[in-house]
Design a protein around this ligand. Structure first.
Ligand code: 9L3
Ligand code: MG
Length: 148
């Protein structure tokens, strides 16, 4: 009987841990077409406006990271994507968040900057010279490897 209670409690705790760790993930998309990587230029906050990032955003409660990434690509770019493997390492962000990038295949629509200043398709040579957000800059070697 006591064992049952403990089992139940530990299952609840495990689920809570999963929820908490999922809440801290920011997902980003490495969308490649014809050997070029899609980047978008932030419009806000003011401190980061004008800098470039991979499309994406926070995983919301009850969402899997892959689902969140597909939703963010629809909201930010107006496109459908199929989410693939992780690219590069998890990169620490402020406030206990991490940035996790997945390869994503464009399967519907043409990317538009719906919430950003601009979108741009980068060649492997152009990737290092872009004014990336600090976390995205860490991923430059992995992104170049993806393009070559
Ligand atoms: N962030 C950094 N690089 C990225 C993305 C998609 C997001 N490629 C950072 C910026 C914000 C936080 O993660 O501080 C949440 O992202 P958003 O919801 O503002 O897109
Ligand atoms: Mg975003």
């Amino acid at each position: 009987m006591a064992l049952r209670v403990l089992e139940k409690r530990s299952a609840l705790l495990a689920r809570r841990c999963e929820e908490l760790s999922a809440a801290r993930i920011v997902v980003g998309a490495a969308i490649v077409r014809n050997g070029r990587l899609l980047a978008q230029q932030r419009a806000y906050p003011e401190s980061h406006a004008g800098q470039w990032e991979l499309p994406g955003g926070r995983v919301e409660d009850g969402e899997k990271p892959e689902e969140a990434l597909a939703r963010e690509c629809a909201e930010e770019l107006g496109v459908s994507v199929v989410v693939g493997e992780q690219v590069g390492p998890d990169v620490p962000l402020k406030q206990d968040m991490i940035l996790r990038i997945h390869a994503a295949e464009l399967v519907g629509g043409e990317p538009e900057a719906l919430e950003h200043n601009a979108v741009r398709w980068l060649t492997a040579d152009e990737v290092p010279g872009v004014d990336w957000l600090p976390a995205d800059r860490v991923l430059v070697p992995a992104l170049q490897a993806l393009l070559t």
